[in-house]
Design a protein around this ligand. Sequence first.
Ligand code: NAD
Length: 420
Amino acid sequence: MNNQKFFLDVEGQLEKIVIALRIKPEVLQELKQPHRLIKFQIPVLMDNGKKKIFFGFRSQHNNILGPYKGGIRFTPKISEDEVKALSMLMTWKCSLAGLPFGGAKGGVVVDPLKLSRKELERISRGYVKGVFPCIGPDLDIPAPDINTNPQIMAWMVDEYSRLKGEDTPAAFTGKPLNQWGLEGRKEATGYGGVVILNKLREIFDFQPKETTLAIQGFGNVGSSFAHFAFQEGYKILAISEKEGGIYVEKGLNPEETLRCKEKNGKIAGCYCVGSVCDLSFGKRITNEELLEMEVDVLVPAAIENVITKENAPRVRAKYIIAMANGPITSEARTILEKKDILVVPDILSNAGGVTASYFEWLQCKEKARWEKEKTFRKLRQRLGQSFNRVWNLAQKEKVTIEKAAYILAVSRVAEAMKQN
Ligand code: NAD
């Protein structure tokens, strides 16, 4: 699945909503493309003494609701189309969550696993040099995403402050705790996903211990989703990472699995039940098998475009909570709808991350310190309210949760554009 298809899917989704809402064509014209798309060179001195050129991107989709906001990915396959699509999704996500932000996304074409720590630091600082005039605490505030983390944000904010000539912690979010990071930011996206899972539980009246889950992706989002779902008593049958997954019929303990993964470098063989990890408890599965597994809730929490028209007919979950950005193609969405599988879209279910980033930004601006309990309480309130608004609209208009979420998100942006 290529990135152009991803962008066309995201753009097509917007077109459908704009037509349904009878929004003026000039608004659609502006929203179909980012306000600004930057592609720039990042020259990096490698450890072997030679200079190598990397490419960076930043897409700033729309800022009618506030400064652009969005993560930075370090992946070998990032492209213009990918950052354009993801920045548009960020606009809808911030709008739906009622945040004073617009949408952005960025990245560097690089495999960070092939770099030394020093090289990674130079690329991170080089990225900031490349976008410096276009970012800032009231202009565009980046955050971590795939393969980027608080350490990388620390280098970036340091470089930004150096170029600016003043300490500017509000220019980035997802920073380390001792550098104006927010307690709970790291876990916030996964935590928010479990808030949404619990909303479904209230509506459909299911019991956590009888509710089975399969989670694709065991990085930041997937592992924290698994952690909070396990604490709530849900039964996690399968998890996976890029190299493949594991299945434990009795239900696995994600905390022990994470410890085992940290020790062994991979989840293969980490079949942990209770506090014991034993090879006889489980088996290895592929990512394809995980997506098609008979579970109550499927949680794609890795990358985009994993549920496609090819595998959607074989998906057997009753509910899908989209935690990755764009994990389901447009054709697959139609198939899932026909199969009566309830899909909670990414712009609603993974909004915990950007909402906590907003708290971190506020904390930096106010020079205050938020405690984790405050972050989680505010996340529960905000995400719970967002879910209720979407659910009520879906019931009233007899549309899918996804369509209701897009109606709310796009109309808030279009309304604000009308007033300008
Ligand atoms: P991460 O880099 O920490 O983890 C990614 C995980 O996906 C890893 O376990 C990796 O092994 C797995 N993976 C990568 N390629 C895969 C493939 N081809 N098949 C199956 N698994 C694969 O990234 P993350 O921060 O957890 O982000 C995951 C998703 O959630 C992304 O779509 C990201 O944009 C989205 N997201 C992240 C945040 C956040 O706060 N980090 C917020 C909102 C949305």
